[in-house]
Write a new protein. Sequence first.
Length: 117
Amino acid sequence: MTWTGHGSADDSVRRLLDLRHCGWHFQPVVVSDELELLTGARVWPDGWSDAIAIRDLSDAKAFRCDPDGGAVWLREGGLVDVVDGLMELPAPDQPGAPKLVRARAPKLWTPGEGRGH
């Protein structure tokens, strides 16, 4: 992971600390002793969740999912812009919070279920 791109490293660290102070937990993804990705998540009491994946200052993605795993909000771009979007996002139970599912992961077929029926 390289910290190059949009915004300064200082701004980015401040934004990540802001998220941490709001209850976010972070986990590094290390491949061959190199930091490949930094992931973070926050789970709301009613089952909603927010997540972020950061490759570098110019490559971040964040989303909010409903309790069933449907994505209701997504932002991609520079780290500062993505974190700012998360910070502006109302809590799931607040007015103006996104509720409409925009995408859903395909359901994994398991033995005992019909094939596509």
